[in-house]
Each structure stands twice: as C-alpha cells, then as structure tokens.
Design a protein around this ligand. Structure first.
Ligand code: SF4
Length: 374
C-alpha cells in the first residue's frame, strides 16, 4: 500500500487566539455553506482515481463549521476512496462543538479527533485568547469518548507567557490521567503579525526564561516516556501504534493532496499552494477554475534537503536505503561530511540502516537541520 494523504483546510474560527498566525478567520460564518460546496467540488476533482491512507481536516476550527456545512461535506467525504485502515482525523476545539456536531463528524468517517487544549489553567487559557476553559475541554473530551472515539490527540503548549514550570507539570499530569492516545507539545513561538508579537515588541509579554523552557521540554520527554508515551517526533508523543499517520506522511516526504483555501499539496514531485483568500477561493472553484496560486517542481537537491530535514524530526530518523531508492545516490556521497561531523559530536547516530538525532541534539535541531541545505 502506498501512503497518500488528503488534507482539508477549514479556515473559520470563532475568535482569533492571540498567538495564532494560521490561515484562519473569524466573522466569516456567512461563507461556510458556499465554502463547503466549493470544497466538495475540489475534493471530487482532485481525489478522482486515488485511494487515501489518511485524511486530516484541520484549520482553523473544523468543529466550528455549521451543521449544514458539515452535512454538505459529509456527502463527499463518504464517497472518497479510502483504505480500510484509513486514519481520518478532525481537529476540534472545545467551545465549538456539541454532541450532534461530534456525531456528524463521526458519521462522516472520522475515527480520530485532535482537541486543542493548550493548558489546564483557566487564567493561562484566557491570556492566550482561547475561547474555552478547562472544564469545557473536559466535557468535550468525555463526550468524544462516549460517542466512541478511541483515538484522541490533545494539543498542548508550553513556554506560554507567565506560565510557571509547575503549571506546565500540572498540565501534563492532568492530561495523563485522561489517557489520550496521542499528545502534541509545542512551545509557543511569537509569530510576526500576531497580537502577541506586538505585545512582545511593547515589552508587555512575560515569556519564561530559555532555561525554564528547556526544563519544561526535558520534563515533558521524561514524564511522557515514564507514562507509556513514545516520543516519535520532536514535539509528538503517542501510545503504541498510535502515531499520527498523517503527520508521518509529511515528515517522510510521502504524497498528499490539499483542498481548501491555503491548502498545500505535494504530488508527483510538485508542491502546490491554494489561494489564501476565502472569498476568492470559493469564486474560483465555483466558476470551474483551479484554486492554486503557486506551483513548484522540486529539483533533486530540494527533494534531498526536504527529505533530510523533515525526516530528522522523527526520532527514528531516516533510512539510508530509502534515500538511495528515492534519489539513486548514496547518502554519504551527498551528506557524508555533515553526518560524520555531527556523529563525532554525539548529535547524530548511525545504526545499521538508520540515521537519527540523539536526545542531546533535539534542542539545537534547527541549526543541525540547516546544515543539510545544499
Ligand atoms: S483556534 Fe486554532 S486556528 Fe483558530 S485562532 Fe486559535 S490557534 Fe488559530
């Protein structure tokens, strides 16, 4: 079976979180129905003749899409050709779904949900601009279990302004009690163009010291390992066999088709990006046009670079034989000196067919990966 993923972007949110630079918008609810219709047309065109091993509906907040829009989407989603064990994830935010919404999401074929929690302390959630509190999350989580979702991810965030180490520890301990199958832990990045960026420029954002952030990350890795979660990527942890197959497609440079405003695809060696503007996306698709605004055919060097810096995010790293099969060249002819350099520093390990970063390398992974640019 070849891995092929389908990503569907839902660009609507009830309110914009203060740190968010994702392509998502509030006060655009009037477009939901037309957007769902446009998505169906794009999916029917792009998915014809293909069989998918993963589907991921992300955003934005897919669970904020109205019931009417979900009914429209569901018809097309049910017709998509999927492998029997297809992993089908929908991102859900507490405060944007009820039982009916979760039920329609499940009946559309979803077998995995990803819930954005970020932190367990209400004051931190509020300071992030999240629309929910912890008890709202808990209700949503229990509802999802009750409906039958046996594969749930919880998204967490550390290095939040004013967050203490103990608050982060408490968040991990609380979430661990719920036993989700998967936990993602990303550190907050202050992105340009966000309200947090402006606050930071004005000196109004109290971010944890770098050493506290490192301590939080190290604790995360150790704590989750002790509690039966395998770290399989820099920021992602899962129970046995519950790794997110869809994200592994990205990190393994396998192919995926993207539908919706701002969605990216990588298919037949071509990277493709869709129109960002939601209105223009709808107009283009409804008038029979292609919504893509950027197409780029990767050259061999770009493919090799991406294979390395995406692959090295995984704790399993990359396979020497996979590199050879894809690019018809020995990896050491291209990257021998970089690999040997980091191996001698104890930051890269070579183990039979595998090359991967050591635990010590994770904190400086970005600078290591940039050395793989040709
Ligand atoms: S819910 Fe997610 S996508 Fe929406 S604004 Fe917040 S972080 Fe961004």
């Amino acid at each position: 079976m070849e891995n092929l993923g389908l990503y569907i972007h839902i660009p609507f949110c009830k309110r914009k979180c203060l740190y968010c630079d994702f392509p998502s918008y509030c006060s655009m609810e009037n477009y939901m129905i037309d957007y769902a219709r446009a998505l169906c047309i794009e999916m029917e065109n792009k998915c014809k003749g293909k069989k998918f091993s993963t589907i991921f509906i992300g955003g934005g907040t897919p669970s904020y899409l109205s019931m009417e829009a979900w009914k429209i989407l569901k018809e097309t989603l049910c017709k998509i050709n999927k492998y029997e064990d297809c992993e089908f994830t929908v991102e859900c935010n507490p405060g944007s779904f009820d039982r009916d919404k979760l039920e329609i999401i499940r009946s559309a074929g979803a077998n995995r949900i990803s819930i954005g929690l970020q932190a367990c302390q209400d004051e931190l959630l509020e300071s992030l601009g999240r629309i929910h509190n912890f008890s709202g999350f808990l209700k949503g989580f229990e509802m999802a279990r009750d409906i039958g979702f046996e594969n749930i991810n919880i998204d967490l965030m550390f290095a939040i302004p004013k967050q203490s180490f103990n608050q982060w520890k408490e968040t991990l301990e609380t979430v661990n009690i719920l036993k989700p199958e998967h936990i993602s832990c990303y550190s907050l990045i202050v992105e340009e163009g966000t309200p947090f960026y402006k606050m930071n420029e004005e000196g109004k954002l109290v971010l944890p010291e770098e050493e506290v952030e490192v301590k939080m990350y190290n604790f995360t890795v150790e704590f989750l390992k002790k509690n039966g979660y395998k770290q399989y990527e820099i920021s992602n942890f899962s129970k046995e066999n519950k790794e997110c197959k869809h994200n592994l497609i990205y990190w393994s440079m396998d192919e995926y088709i993207g539908c919706g405003a701002s969605a990216h695809s990588y298919f037949n060696g071509i990277r493709n990006k869709n129109e960002d503007n939601v209105k223009r996306y709808i107009e283009k698709i409804l008038s029979g046009l292609d919504a893509s605004i950027e197409k780029h055919k990767n050259c061999k060097e770009e493919n090799m670079e991406e294979f390395m810096f995406l692959g090295l995010r995984k704790t399993d790293g990359i396979r020497i034989s996979d590199f050879k099969n894809r690019y018809n060249i020995n990896i050491f002819d291209i990257y021998g000196s970089v690999i040997r350099k980091y191996e001698s520093l104890g930051l890269i390990k070579i183990q039979s067919d595998k090359i991967f970063l050591t635990e010590e390398a994770v904190h400086i992974s970005n600078s290591i990966m940039s050395d793989f640019i040709l």
